[in-house]
Design a protein around this ligand. Structure first.
Ligand code: PLP
Length: 358
């Protein structure tokens, strides 16, 4: 006799982001801006005052106040998590019971389905149109017909970078009153269609935010769920009490309290994103290698090309990491230097590939 894993985890493999060392990393949608040494010094001098022999504040009250202040919501509607990843896992495991159906979209962030399946909830996939937009009426019809208990998607979407309008999201929330609608706004700092201001009006709406993208703190693992009283109380009752460590709470609090700094960073990231987008468009126009470049409402650009694999591999050999997804590539905005290296490499690679095409 030997121990056997259950069927839902038997085939799973540990999450492996791109392995190896790269000089330029544009594959994980992180911010390329890091805190200045002065700012880092100020943050750490606050951290020095933390009694590390004590457990952190389970409610992360000061942190939630800083987050709420920056995003214009009420602190009592916010729950902090160890990255929004933790919150996604918590939602899929606590808000559904076996037999419930959770709808995810395709293409979208793969972790929703992953955590759903590990939690034992039935996940179903509602496909997007070939142009990667969402058939909203079709989705409402599908969710109503199946009696789905949950719907989760990212807006703007990772990986497509396309953004639904606020009124479209609200239409979903209104049309599916018995379905928990979780809107992951990880990239909404780069767009302007947030439904954060609506959470008090709908008790089936939850919004997820992360400090890993525009806020530039992927390393400290910090995310938030924002929802009305009913959902927030449930989420806070099921979370592990000390899920956000004291150092993360202090660092998050200090950075989220600095509005001028965050707005400046966000503006710079948007400028870098716009430049990345127009330079990809220029490759699209000059070579016949890219089939489609999608509008971007995030800090990355997504495009379709039959040459995705060779482009990805050729960049890898030049120590540049981007995200390869079948017939698509996703590239995140980087610093001026990183963008110079990227486009120098891409020009070379595109010329080579064009030559091979004859
Ligand atoms: C990056 C990302 C997150 C952030 O996850 P964290 O665990 O907070 O780092 C969440 N959702 C989407 C769609 C993302 O792309």
């Amino acid at each position: 006799m030997s121990y056997e894993l259950n069927q839902k985890i038997r085939e799973l493999k540990p999450y492996a982001p791109l392995e190896g060392e790269y000089a330029v990393r544009l594959d994980a949608n992180e911010s390329y801006l890091s805190l200045s040494p002065e700012k880092l010094g100020a943050v750490f001098s606050k951290a020095m005052q933390e009694p590390l022999n004590r457990y952190p504040d389970p409610r992360a009250e000061k942190l939630c106040r800083a987050f709420a202040g920056y995003y214009g919501v009420r602190p009592e509607h916010c729950t902090a998590g160890n990255g929004s990843d933790e919150l996604i896992a918590l939602i899929t495991s606590a808000f559904f019971v076996p037999g419930d159906e959770l709808i995810t979209l395709e293409q979208d962030f793969s972790m929703y389905r992953f955590y759903g399946e590990v939690s034992g909830v039935t996940t179903s996939i509602f496909p997007k149109r070939p142009d990667l937009t969402v058939n909203l009426d079709g989705l409402i019809e599908y969710a109503s017909r199946t009696g789905a208990r949950g719907l989760i998607f990212s807006n703007p979407c990772n990986p497509t970078s396309i953004c639904l309008e606020k009124k479209q999201v609200i239409k979903l929330v209104q049309a599916l009153p018995n379905c928990l609608v979780v809107v992951d706004e990880a990239y909404m700092d780069f767009a302007d269609e947030s439904v954060l201001s609506e959470i008090e009006r709908y008790d089936n709406l939850m919004v997820l935010k992360t400090c890993s993208k525009a806020i530039g703190l992927a390393g400290i693992r910090l995310g938030f769920a924002v929802a009305g009283e009913l959902l927030t109380r449930a989420l806070q009752s099921v979370k592990s009490p000390y899920n956000v460590n004291s150092l993360t709470q202090v660092i998050g609090r200090e950075v989220l309290s600095d509005r001028a700094f965050l707005e400046e960073c966000t503006e710079e990231l948007i400028r870098a994103r716009d430049q990345l987008y127009s330079r990809i468009l220029s490759l699209y126009a000059r070579y016949q290698l890219i089939d489609e470049v999608y509008q971007t409402a995030s800090n990355f650009v997504y495009f379709r090309t039959r040459y995705a694999k060779p482009i990805f591999e050729a960049l890898k050999t030049r120590s540049i990491a981007i995200r390869y997804m079948g017939d698509y590539l996703r590239i995140c905005a980087g610093s001026k230097d990183e963008m110079e290296r990227l486009f120098e490499a891409l020009e070379e690679i595109f010329q080579e590939l064009s030559g091979m095409k004859g």
